[in-house]
Write a protein that binds this ligand. Structure first.
Ligand SMILES: NC(=O)c1ccc[n+]([C@@H]2O[C@H](COP(=O)([O-])OP(=O)(O)OC[C@H]3O[C@@H](n4cnc5c(N)ncnc54)[C@H](O)[C@@H]3O)[C@@H](O)[C@H]2O)c1
Length: 247
């Protein structure tokens, strides 16, 4: 129960990595505000967790929704200590020369601006609670690049850099900030974006011989948010099963 006594806010908790994170944090003793735009998904995530998890329908790209979700943590649990910025996604297939500006803006807002908005809303509350931790879910794509997905690659690179900035600026308030770069993880996003043959191909390239499970990102986030991770700050942790070659 390494997260007992802590209050966490997890974005994109209606499925995939966010759902696994919200559940694991609650399993480890945290009380959780789970946010998503998918209300049905959120209900499923919170099912069985009783008062330990509150489902909060919210758009992570909205400043008003970010403020509302943070306020809810105070109302329901009296504080906020942990923030996992998990919302993100992409639709590969275009190069920069094919991108319309509004498409570019959409993906940057979903992956990078959402992280800024949630941090801006949550940091004063986390500081008021005496400190805590932020985990930003970036991507291996933000480290190595990825073909035909430039807005996502740029946004995730931005998330990694923003994490370092957060760590420096808010250490004095007792707040640590770290990023995770997942490799290929079997989630609804992966199933939307990649065909079965592509998934089989990626599995072979991983030293693990398989795609990752959402729970394997959640456990890294839990470590970073716990006292076990107390001396880890401003870092990026790659969780990709070990790459056997370029994906
Ligand atoms: N799956 C992978 O292989 C992989 C690899 C690297 C990084 N990631 C990153 O991990 C994170 C989670 O990915 P996933 O695979 O679980 O995705 P997913 O699409 O399976 O789940 C994302 C969740 O976010 C929610 N969401 C989407 N837009 C939202 C918004 N504006 N506000 C609130 N909620 C919103 C969706 O409803 C969904 O429940 C993302 O940031 C993604 O970029 C995933």
């Amino acid at each position: 129960m390494q997260l007992a006594g802590r209050v966490a806010l997890v974005t994109g908790a209606g499925g995939g990595i966010g759902r696994a994170t919200a559940r694991l944090f609650a399993d480890r003793g945290a009380r959780v505000i789970a946010t998503d735009i998918d209300e049905a998904g959120l209900t499923e995530t919170a099912d069985g967790y009783g008062d330990a998890m509150v489902a909060c329908p919210a758009d992570a790209t909205s400043a008003d929704d970010a403020a509302r979700a943070v306020a809810l943590a105070g109302e329901r649990f009296g504080a906020l200590h942990l923030l996992v910025n998990n919302v993100g996604g992409s639709r590969p297939g275009k190069t920069v020369t094919d991108f319309a500006l509004d498409e570019w803006d959409f993906w940057i807002r979903l992956n990078l601006t959402s992280t800024f908005l949630m941090c801006r809303a949550a940091i004063p509350a986390i500081a008021a609670a005496g400190g805590g931790a932020i985990v930003n879910v970036a991507s291996g794509a933000g480290v190595t690049g990825m073909g035909r997905n430039p807005a996502y690659v740029a946004a995730k690179g931005g998330v990694i850099s923003l994490t370092r900035s957060l760590a420096i600026d808010h250490a004095a308030q007792g707040i640590r900030a770290n990023a995770i770069a997942p490799g290929p993880i079997l989630t609804p996003l992966m199933k939307r974006n990649r065909s079965e043959p592509e998934i089989a191909f990626m599995s072979k390239l991983s030293l693990a011989g398989r795609l990752g499970k959402p729970e394997e990102i959640a456990s890294t986030a839990a470590f970073l948010c716990s006292d076990d991770g107390a001396y880890v700050n401003g870092e990026l942790i790659n969780v990709g099963g070990g790459r056997g070659g370029p994906i």
